[in-house]
Design a protein around this ligand. Sequence first.
Ligand SMILES: NC(=O)c1ccc[n+]([C@@H]2O[C@H](COP(=O)([O-])OP(=O)(O)OC[C@H]3O[C@@H](n4cnc5c(N)ncnc54)[C@H](O)[C@@H]3O)[C@@H](O)[C@H]2O)c1
Ligand SMILES: O=C(O)C[C@H](O)C(=O)O
Length: 337
Amino acid sequence: MAANRPVTITITGAGGQIGYALLFRIASGAMLGPETPVRLNLLEIAQGLRSAEGAALELQDSAFPLLAHVEIYDDATAAFDGANHALLVGARPRGPGMERGDLLTANGGIFGPQGTAINAGAADDIRVVAVGNPANTNALIAAAHAPDVPRDRFTALTRLDHNRALGQLAVAVDASVGDIRGLTIWGNHSATQFPDIAYATAAGEPVPERLAARLGGADAATRWLTDEFIPRVAKRGAEIIEVKGSSSVASAASATIDHVRDWVGGTPDGWTSAAIVSDGSYGVPEGLVSSFPVESVDGSWRVVQGLDVDDFARGRIAASVAELEDEREAVRSLGLL
Ligand SMILES: NC(=O)c1ccc[n+]([C@@H]2O[C@H](COP(=O)([O-])OP(=O)(O)OC[C@H]3O[C@@H](n4cnc5c(N)ncnc54)[C@H](O)[C@@H]3O)[C@@H](O)[C@H]2O)c1
Ligand SMILES: O=C(O)C[C@H](O)C(=O)O
């Protein structure tokens, strides 16, 4: 029996692919737990409304005990009114041969008005995650339009990259994903991101040592990291598009659930990765939305401090941060910031 008051979750692009994969898991309790009823506000534009309506019918037919209410909106101000969570998914996906940054012009304009609507009427404890691409810079745009909402409530999804890295590492070191700790995605949700295993452990054993043992030495492990692991994780989105013909859906929804669940519920198993508004940690310019190693403490993301970052890592982080700065300049020049 649910014990808590219903929590309101606004999902943009709810009639799209990721929206469809998200709604049923949220309603089942996978995101906020078995004690928390949810009210779902589905925001769409005209062409997605029928699809959102169909999803709402199916939600009703699923008889989820935790689902308190579903409402469909085509107006952002109404959709975010009273929202405790905003999952900003609605945006165009990229196609084959495109980089996510190519979507800035098409999608950037969506996130300013949504930031304004969040500022106008969302609940005091609003937590926002941008999923629509380019996710980091879209979160930056939304935050810039919500001056009354604390910066630390705006985030972008890099948990999918984190989960992808876990999946690749688990195979490489023959471990279960659940036994791997201390992995970090730094920077942008793009091909420049830096999946960093320097502090990773598998069942308590340092991953760099385990890789060296399995691959025949430290040099071979370094080659595997630079030539296979890092590009495979960073370009996994493109690999999915090439193989499947469209961008990731269920894994993106699952990562979004993981992100919000850990943000609210904590990270007892150690740090994860999320793109948050930089406070200047690790030399990332203040205000950029960049991925860091993060723990959730009392419902807030905190950057894990004190990690030694070697020259190789520093260079990789700097390259991704430079791309974020370029994206910020691009949206400034488009008048979106
Ligand atoms: N950050 C990540 O890890 C990650 C992973 C996968 C996909 N994505 C991105 O998520 C986005 C959505 O992907 P999808 O596969 O669900 O796409 P989709 O085309 O299936 O769905 C997008 C939906 O958004 C709706 N929409 C467009 N503009 C809107 C607006 N202003 N307000 C509300 N809804 C709006 C569309 O009508 C559509 O129904 C894409 O930008 C994609 O690149 C991000
Ligand atoms: O790669 C894409 O365009 C979609 C998404 O960002 C992904 O990482 O799968």
